[in-house]
Ligand binder design. Structure first.
Ligand code: COA
Length: 183
């Protein structure tokens, strides 16, 4: 299963992606505010292997997609979607783009495809993302996507040896529909 956007293809991570995945996921610019930081190419390969059995039907698990340039298949990032077990639960997502490819609108383009799928095909009610407020690029991206800041939890997570704040952004299906251009 894959999704296409004007410039991107979102599909499964493959064993051959391990070195590139490790390259950008281990980069401090990408990993600083994330819980998962691969320590080796082997750990990235293991992550990909564990995703091999992932399916949309297997709810309550993270469904990870590669983000590739459609023109030549280059892996430029990845995106995870968490579907809660109950149909009424809020869907969560997270996205990473390799530093060499940041600033081109790719993250927003990929996440908008996810919104279309979550609110369109799946008919879900709400999507959210959780971010460290020091992560200015992510805060800007979530606002650019039309998401609202709903909460700021102070020192609510223990991550990489420190207490960190957690800011929650959300978007409702009704808000997403209202923002769609009229056809
Ligand atoms: C957050 C991230 C995915 C954005 O990827 P990207 O492809 O560069 O984002 P886009 O080009 O789609 O930009 C999205 C918006 O954020 C803004 N933005 C992106 N990086 C920014 C930065 N460093 N500072 C300020 N604004 C920034 C863009 O200007 C754009 O807003 P606009 O449409 O109003 O101009 C990327 O910086 C990243 O991978 N960060 C590390 C991983 C991470 O922390 N992920 C958690 C996300 S939940």
């Amino acid at each position: 299963m894959y999704w296409d956007t004007p410039r991107l293809r979102l599909d499964a991570l493959r064993p051959a992606d391990a070195a590139v995945l490790f390259g950008y996921r281990a980069d401090p610019e990408v990993s600083r505010f994330q819980s998962w930081r691969p320590a080796s190419v082997a750990e990235a390969a293991d992550f990909i292997e564990r995703q091999a059995d992932a399916s949309l039907e297997a709810s309550d698990s993270w469904f990870q997609r590669a983000i590739r340039l459609r023109e030549d298949g280059t892996l430029i990032g990845d995106l995870g979607v968490h579907l809660p077990p109950d149909a009424e639960g809020s869907v969560e997502f997270g996205v990473s783009i390799a530093p060499a490819h940041q600033g081109n609108g790719y993250a927003c383009e990929a996440v908008r495809a996810v919104f279309g799928w979550v609110f369109g095909q799946l008919g879900r009610h709400r999507i959210h993302a959780s971010v460290d407020p020091r992560n200015l690029a992510s805060m800007a991206m979530l606002r650019a996507l039309g998401m609202r800041q709903e909460a700021h939890h102070r020192e609510s997570l223990w991550l990489h040896g420190e207490w960190v704040d957690d800011v929650v952004f959300a978007l409702l299906a009704s808000e997403w529909r209202a923002a769609q251009p009229a056809r």
